[in-house]
Write a protein of this length. Structure first.
Length: 492
């Protein structure tokens, strides 16, 4: 199989290409597909939890809240866990660009299933398709952005911040439009809006595929043809085993988050072991992999708090938050558009700061540490209003807390995406991004599991414990940052 299609632009990434806000022009195309994918993803996720636990008479499925929160966390963890499949297919079989394109098609099919298939059947089919399609798109979109820059291009972190802006434009619009459709027409109309958004993203991306650099289509470590039947057989065996475990009751909705957490831990340890022992990894690349381990752990801790926007904070917004504006109560999902608004406002500010500071900006480990500490502080702020009744938390308080969420996110999330491409061994470029997303997967599944501990009675102790642990982890990484930086071998 040819790894460099004749339709691709064969020019290397160049610092002279500044046609998209000072960044390479193809960034606009990846920016667009990621924006619409996030529109559909966050729009659907904005109404998913309440769809699960709202009563049947209110259009929901009537699942109890702890189980519903666990399902949402497990689904989110599966999205990021499946990035290893998408990254492996990119590195070994198809190349990143093809996996991204077909992943987008699978995502759209999942949203269509959620919109058209009623009850639990729609949830099962829809979430599986969205999860695995997103896995193919996410790791490879990030990797393709990395191909637009040379290794030492100072615009790299700024480019990822702009890319992150696209993510949050979608994250802002998605919950607003799906929430409005859900509250006025019904849940399946909301899911339908998500499907339309993904269709728009797929169409716009298809027109710009040819402008991507040749490296986006490369297969860095091709799988020998003789091994393909074996890998196909293993994939089929895994699907059969998972189906049997579900049908026999070994895997249930109640224990699903723990199952996902276990799978992610095994996958992460295996990935680190394979990369560190690979003959295709140089001594410098191996040192950088060791540096990535504490970043991985810290990132998982960060996302275990951040992703509670879709579990604990959704329940809190439904039961505690005063959502009345001029006599009208806005949909619960609209709360999830507050954070993207701040991202849209502040991502350009952070990009400008990193660009202006250049080599004087804080190192990656220090940014990770700061982001985790700030995230912990955000949870401690809930203690001021915890324990109240319905409508006891003013909207301005939630807005302030989510502003702190945003500052934490901008310190760690786009920086983590950038670090995963800078620290990646050449033979594992897309899979290194998938390894980064495994830390997000672990944190997201943990968010679902932790949400089971949240009740009105435990609310204050819950916020205090979660926030304090995050601050402690951030402080530890800050103390270790000089050693981590040495292991990164010239990468900051």
């Amino acid at each position: 199989m040819s790894t460099t299609p004749s339709t691709a632009d064969t020019s290397p990434p160049s610092g002279e290409d500044r046609s998209f806000f000072g960044q390479p022009r193809p960034l606009a195309n990846v920016f667009g597909v990621e924006m619409w994918e996030r529109f559909s993803f966050y729009g659907m996720q904005g109404i998913l939890l309440i769809y699960l636990y709202f009563s049947v008479t209110d259009g929901g499925l009537g699942v109890d809240k702890p189980t519903a929160a666990g399902i949402v966390g497990a689904y989110g963890g599966t999205v990021y866990l499946s990035t290893i499949v998408g990254a492996w297919l990119a590195d070994r079989v198809f190349g990143s660009e093809r996996v991204l394109f077909f992943g987008a098609i699978v995502i759209m099919a999942g949203h269509v299933a959620l919109a058209l298939i009623p009850g639990a059947g729609g949830i099962i089919v829809g979430l599986i398709l969205v999860a695995f399609g997103s896995g193919g798109l996410k790791a490879n979109a990030t990797r393709i952005v990395g191909t637009l820059y040379s290794e030492h291009d100072p615009r790299r972190d700024a480019g990822f911040s702009i890319f992150y802006l696209g993510i949050n434009l979608g994250g802002f619009l998605g919950p607003i439009l799906t929430g409005l459709a859900q509250s006025t027409l019904g849940f399946h109309w909301g899911f339908g809006v998500a499907a339309v958004g993904m269709a728009i993203g797929l169409v716009q991306y298809s027109f710009g595929r040819k402008r991507l650099p040749a490296e986006a289509n490369l297969v860095p470590n091709p799988l020998p043809a003789s091994r393909r039947p074996l890998m196909a057989g293993l994939a089929i065996a895994f699907v059969v085993l998972a189906t049997v475990l579900v049908l026999t009751g070994v895997i249930t909705a109640q224990n699903l988050p723990l199952v996902i957490i276990g799978l992610v831990v095994v996958a992460a340890v295996s990935y680190f072991a394979v990369m560190l022992s690979s003959k295709g990894v140089t001594a410098t690349e191996r040192s950088r992999l060791f540096a990535f381990i504490p970043l991985f752990i810290t990132n998982a801790a960060f996302w275990s708090l951040y992703q509670q926007q879709f579990t604990v904070l959704t329940i809190y917004s439904d039961e505690r938050l005063d959502r009345h504006l001029f006599g009208w109560e806005f949909p619960v999902s609209w709360v999830q558009s507050i954070n993207p608004i701040f991202i849209i406002i502040l991502s350009g500010v952070f990009a400008a700061i990193w660009t202006k500071w250049g080599d004087r900006q804080p190192s990656t480990p220090v940014k990770f540490a700061a982001g985790t500490v700030v995230m912990g502080l955000a949870f401690l702020l809930f203690l001021i209003w915890s324990g109240g009744g319905p409508n006891s938390t003013p909207l301005i308080a939630m807005i302030g807390i989510l502003l702190v969420f945003t500052i934490a996110e901008l310190l760690i999330s786009p920086v983590g995406l950038s670090a995963s491409t800078k620290l990646a061994p050449h033979a594992f470029e897309a899979q290194m991004v998938a390894l980064y997303f495994l830390s997000v997967s672990l944190g997201t599944a943990m968010a679902g599991q932790l949400a089971k501990l949240y009740t009105p009675e435990t609310e204050s102790s819950y916020f205090a414990a979660i926030g304090g642990i995050a601050i402690g982890i951030g402080i530890v990484l800050a103390l270790l940052s000089p050693r981590v930086l040495r292991l990164m071998r010239g990468v900051r």
